[in-house]
Each structure stands twice: as C-alpha cells, then as structure tokens.
Design a binder for this molecule. Structure first.
Ligand SMILES: Cc1cc2nc3c(=O)[nH]c(=O)nc-3n(C[C@H](O)[C@H](O)[C@H](O)COP(=O)(O)OP(=O)(O)OC[C@H]3O[C@@H](n4cnc5c(N)ncnc54)[C@H](O)[C@@H]3O)c2cc1C
Length: 442
C-alpha cells in the first residue's frame, strides 16, 4: 500500500470563530453564576463593569492566541485572515476596556457619592489599579499605532516595538483580573483563568521563540544565488539541510531574516516561488521599500533565519477538479509554485497573470515551460489599471476561462486588484467560498 500523504491538522475559520464565541459565552456564564442581584445604581454599574472587564480579559487572551502562530491555525485559517480577525478583535477589546473603566468609575462614584474626578483619583490609589491603567494604556497605544493612517507613517520596527509592549500590558491586566472579585470568587474560576493564560503563554513561547531557534539551528540556511527577474524584482535561492522536514506546501510563506547589515533586524514575509526541492528554497521579491531594495545586494553565503511555513493558500482548499490561478504583479510567487504542483491533467489548470506591461512579467520562461508540460492554460492580462478595457471584468474572465463558474479560484495580488477580481469572479458566477485569496499585507 502506498504511504498515506501527510495531512497536517488544520483549524477551519468557522471552527475558530465558534471556539472564540463559545469561550465568550462561557465567560458570560461565569459572570452570570456569580453576579449578585443589586438593583441600586451603583450595583447595576458594578455588574456591568464586571462583565465588560471579564470579556475584555478574555478578549486579550484571544488576541494573544491568534498571534501565537500555532501551525494548525495558521495553515487552516491563513495569516492574513488571522491578522484581520486580530485587528477587528483588538477594537472590541479596547471598547470593552473603555466600557469597563467607565462603568467601574460610575459605580464607585455612585457608591461613595463623590464626583467622577474625585472617584478617579480614589480608584487609582487602590493597589493594582494604577498597574491595570498602565496596562490598558499600552493596549491603547498598540491600537492607535495600528490605525491605517498612523501605521502608514511609522516604520514597521516602531509599530512592532509598540506591539511587543502589549505583552507587558496583558500581564498587568492579568494581575488585575486575578485580584478582582470575579476570577477570585472561587478556587475553580481562579484556576481555570490561570490555566487558560498559562496555556496561551506556553503556545506563544513555543511557537514564537523555541520553534524559530530550533529551525535556525537545524536547517543552517544560506543564500546561494541572487538573480534578476525583471524591473526591481530578484529571486533569492537558499540552501539548507533537512528542508523537507519543514513540510512546506506550495502557496505558503516564511518569515525571512537575512543576517547582514541593515537587514537582520526585521523578519519579512515572502512566499515560496517554487516548491522546496534538493534542500533549496526560492523566494522572488519585488523592491517595495528599504528592506526589499537591499535584498538585491545579498551575497552568496549570507546566513538566513526562516520561520514557517505559514499560510493557508494551499492545495487543501481545493474542492473542484478545475482550478483557475489568478495573479496580480508580485502575487505571481505563490501561484507559480501552485501552477507546478497542483494535481491535474491537461485542461484542468489555468493561470491568468495580470501585469502593467510585458516588461513587468517575471518568471515567464518557467511559467511557459510548466504550461506546455502540463497542458495548462496561461494568459497574460497586460495594461495599466484604469485603462478603458478591463481584462478582469466578468465577461472578459468568462471568455478566457470556459466553465469559469465550475472552477476553484486561487487569487493573489495587490489589495485593490484582489478586491476587484473577487467581485468580478462572483459576478461571473463563481461562488464566494470558492475564491481562495491571500493578501500580501497584514
Ligand atoms: C503573506 C505575505 C507574503 C508575501 N510574499 C511576497 C513575495 O513573495 N514577494 C514579494 O515581493 N513580496 C511579498 N510580500 C510583501 C512583502 O513582505 C513586503 O513588500 C515587504 O515586507 C516590504 O518590506 P520593505 O521594508 O522593503 O518595505 P516597506 O516600505 O518598509 O513596507 C512596505 C509594506 O510592507 C509591510 N511590511 C514591512 N515590513 C514588514 C514585515 N516585517 N512584516 C510584515 N509586513 C511588513 C509594511 O507594513 C508596508 O505595508 C508578502 C507579504 C505577505 C504578508
């Protein structure tokens, strides 16, 4: 009997959402089991403060879990979707923190019969409350620096440093929760709360610290070649040992840290632009900013730390025999790897590659060789975006890909192009759930 193909465990997006919601309901239940019936104004405020505080604490835990890089979650949900969920969840957590602080303040003011400013000063004098306020301020700082307009103005490293401080913020908030009346109400709730936090802390340490160090030591990756692919685009080929143990799938990406001056401080995400083979990995990189511009000057022998694989844009999402791969610009990289490896006979695969002009097409020779070898369709959709003829319009897509509505579609490109292509595909009859997309942005 042939050996069974390795199928890594994956958590689906609905399962993740259900898990998060179930946890929130359990937290609500924990509050309901303990809340004292008190219909005074102060009592109502206090009840609301406790509920919002518990939910905010749970929300912080979920935020940390989403970013723990647990492979089953990363491979099932996808890093881009996780980042979107994290960003949406972050807004809920900050709103809950704000509501908790306000309700607690109003409750205290009503209970003591003082004005709000006086009540605020009083509360800050309580042990642990100043620390909890500092923790909340760190969470707010992470939220503010993540607002698109602010983030655009910040270096990625600055944004990341502020985000790293949220671990301290979460620890301060956790100490506040343990001291509060809800978690400490019974030994069981205290124990469960502490265990849930310990489990997430272990996952964070394991997947964000231990695994990257172990991968760096085990695979000894070095650059062996840097080659020009087109205007501002280079491929970087790396060799290491035991790379098959990484079980990287075509369509996935790693976070790469190149150990040379002015590059080593940041780990950049890039997709594999070819399947891993003969202990080599390849990425293809477009110069988008300072770091990617410097990659052109990488020298053979440079050590590389790669953490991964991540991403859910892989063969496991496929539900149909026929597959359309739709790439825009440098979004061709994961598509190139999938074009070579997705199982299928002649006529089953079609690749549409959108670029401004023929000069901007990269990896063209390889794509044409794969198309010829596999009997796959390959079309270049050239022209500036906004031109009179839109090659991604529903009618144009339908005429290029007969039976389009029966296809699975894998989509990767700049955010604007991706959104337009997704809308056109749906209008052309492809059900939304069969459009599998990945954004090159978190
Ligand atoms: C999952 C994924 C796969 C990608 N695959 C490819 C690929 O195969 N080829 C390719 O050319 N590009 C790819 N990108 C895009 C690439 O990662 C960015 O262009 C690159 O990080 C920009 O770095 P920079 O410092 O030169 O540019 P900057 O001008 O500093 O940044 C440009 C953009 O990249 C973001 N960015 C910068 N550093 C990081 C980082 N460390 N982590 C996350 N985002 C960052 C910034 O927030 C900004 O939005 C991918 C991105 C993602 C998220």
């Amino acid at each position: 009997m042939p050996p069974r193909a390795y199928a890594p465990p994956r958590v689906s997006p609905p399962a993740l959402r259900s898990g998060i919601l179930t946890g929130a309901l359990a937290v609500g239940g924990m509050w309901g089991a303990q809340v004292r019936s008190d219909s005074t104004v102060a009592g109502v405020f206090a009840g609301g403060a406790h509920l919002t505080g518990l939910l905010a604490g749970y929300g912080v835990l979920v935020m940390l879990f989403l970013m723990a890089r647990v492979p089953a979650v990363e491979h099932g949900v996808g890093a881009d979707r996780l980042a979107r969920l994290h960003s949406l969840g972050g807004r809920y957590v900050l709103s809950l923190c704000g509501a908790h602080a306000l309700l607690a303040l109003c409750g205290y003011a009503a209970h003591t019969g003082t004005g709000l400013p006086h009540a605020a000063l009083d509360l800050l004098g309580y042990p642990g409350l100043a620390a909890a306020t500092a923790g909340t301020a760190l969470l707010v700082a992470a939220g503010v620096t993540s607002v698109r307009a602010v983030r655009r103005r910040l270096a990625h490293e600055t944004w990341r440093a502020v985000h790293l401080l949220t671990y301290l913020g979460a620890a301060l908030a956790f100490a506040h929760q343990l001291a509060g009346p809800d978690v400490a109400a019974s030994a069981l709730t205290g124990w469960l709360w502490a265990m849930a936090h310990a489990a997430v802390a272990v996952l964070l340490c394991w997947y964000r610290l231990v695994v990257p160090v172990r991968q760096a030591l085990r695979h000894s990756l070095r650059v062996i070649e840097v080659r020009d692919e087109g205007p501002g685009v280079v491929s970087v080929v790396m060799r290491g040992t035991g790379l098959d143990q990484l079980r990287a799938e075509p369509g996935q990406f790693f976070r790469w840290r190149f150990l040379r001056r002015r590059l080593w401080r940041t780990a950049l995400p890039f997709s594999l632009s070819a399947p891993v083979r003969d202990d080599t990995m390849r990425i293809t990189v477009k110069a988008a900013g300072d770091h990617t511009r410097r990659m052109r000057r990488l020298r053979p022998g440079t050590r590389v730390l790669a953490t991964g694989p991540f991403g859910a844009l892989t063969a496991h999402r496929r539900t149909r025999r026929k597959v359309l791969l739709l790439a825009g610009g440098v979004g061709i990289t994961p598509m190139r790897a999938l074009f070579e490896t997705l199982p299928g006979g002649p006529g089953d695969l079609t690749l549409l590659y959108r670029a401004t002009s023929a000069e901007h097409l990269v990896l063209r020779t390889e794509l044409e060789a794969i198309a010829a070898r596999r009997g796959a369709g390959l079309h270049y959709l050239l022209g500036a975006s906004g031109a009179a003829f839109d090659p991604l319009a529903p009618q144009a897509l339908r005429s290029l890909v007969p039976g389009l509505a029966e296809h699975d579609v894998y989509l990767c490109g700049p955010p604007g192009m991706s959104a337009a292509a997704r809308a056109a595909l749906v209008r052309a009859g492809v059900p939304e759930e069969r459009v599998h997309a990945e954004d090159f942005a978190f």
